[in-house]
Design a protein around this ligand. Structure first.
Ligand code: FPP
Length: 227
């Protein structure tokens, strides 16, 4: 069954557990992150068959800067490599890249690469939104301040200024690795999203796991506060 058939247009994932995946195997943390990127690659490819309109991935939070400098460096290098290696595949298969968060604050060479990737994938029909230097409270504050500058601070006016304004409403929010919290991710957008928590560590997360989450989503009754 496709995602559309299950009623899901937009799924977001907090990709957690790379460090624990590596630790269990007595491997350096960076190997966990590398395997995490491989899981991203496989999932994006698998998603194209599912008919999902948008997949949003939490890749680097505004709080992740607190990690040791070498780990931050490893994550940034993985990002550079990923854009280089996977951009042709995105273009070939009509995947539109979108970046949410304060990504203009990343290293200048990454900003340039992302600008180029955004432009070259703009025509794609399925969106992969990557959250980079992203914090939801900061996003909401930015949106509220832009709404205020335009003279109206209503939920609709704020929503129209969020980084996700051009994306479908969030249907399902998944977090891997057994942690049960939102960690400053899509707080506004999750108001009526369904939540799905799994013990699977991110490097082990496959399209079958996404399908299982979508199957569970299809059984949920969404009432949006009504009855
Ligand atoms: C959480 O694992 C994961 C991250 C902080 C980074 C997520 C990034 C990737 C999967 C790779 C980059 C993504 C793209 C799109 C190229 P953790 O290190 O907090 O794991 P732990 O809680 O087990 O220590």
């Amino acid at each position: 069954m496709t995602a559309a058939a299950r009623g899901a247009r937009h799924v977001a994932i907090i990709m957690d557990g790379n460090g624990r995946w590596a630790k269990r195997r007595h491997l350096p943390r960076v190997v966990g992150h590398q395997r995490g990127v491989e899981a991203v690659r496989a999932l994006v490819r698998g998603c194209r068959q599912l008919g999902l309109e948008c997949l949003t991935l939490y890749a680097f939070s505004s709080e992740n800067w607190k990690r040791p400098e070498d780990e931050v460096g490893d994550l940034m290098n993985l990002m550079r490599k990923f854009i280089k290696s996977d951009l042709p595949d995105f273009i070939e298969h009509g995947v539109r890249l979108k970046i949410i968060g304060d990504w203009q604050g990343l290293a200048p060479d990454i900003v340039t690469m992302l600008d180029d990737a955004l432009e070259r994938t703009a025509g794609g029909s399925m969106t992969v939104a990557v959250a980079l230097n992203y914090g939801s409270q900061q996003e909401i504050a930015r949106a509220a301040s832009r709404a205020a500058a335009k003279g109206q601070v209503t939920p609709e006016a704020i929503e129209a200024e969020l980084d996700t304004a051009d994306l479908p409403p969030l249907d399902l929010l998944i977090r891997t690795s057994g942690e049960v919290r939102l960690s400053n991710f899509l707080l506004w957008q999750a108001a009526y999203a369904e939540m799905y928590f799994t013990d699977v560590l991110w490097p082990d997360f496959k399209v079958e796991h996404l399908q299982a989450a979508l199957d569970e989503f299809a059984t949920r009754e969404r009432r949006y506060g009504g009855r």
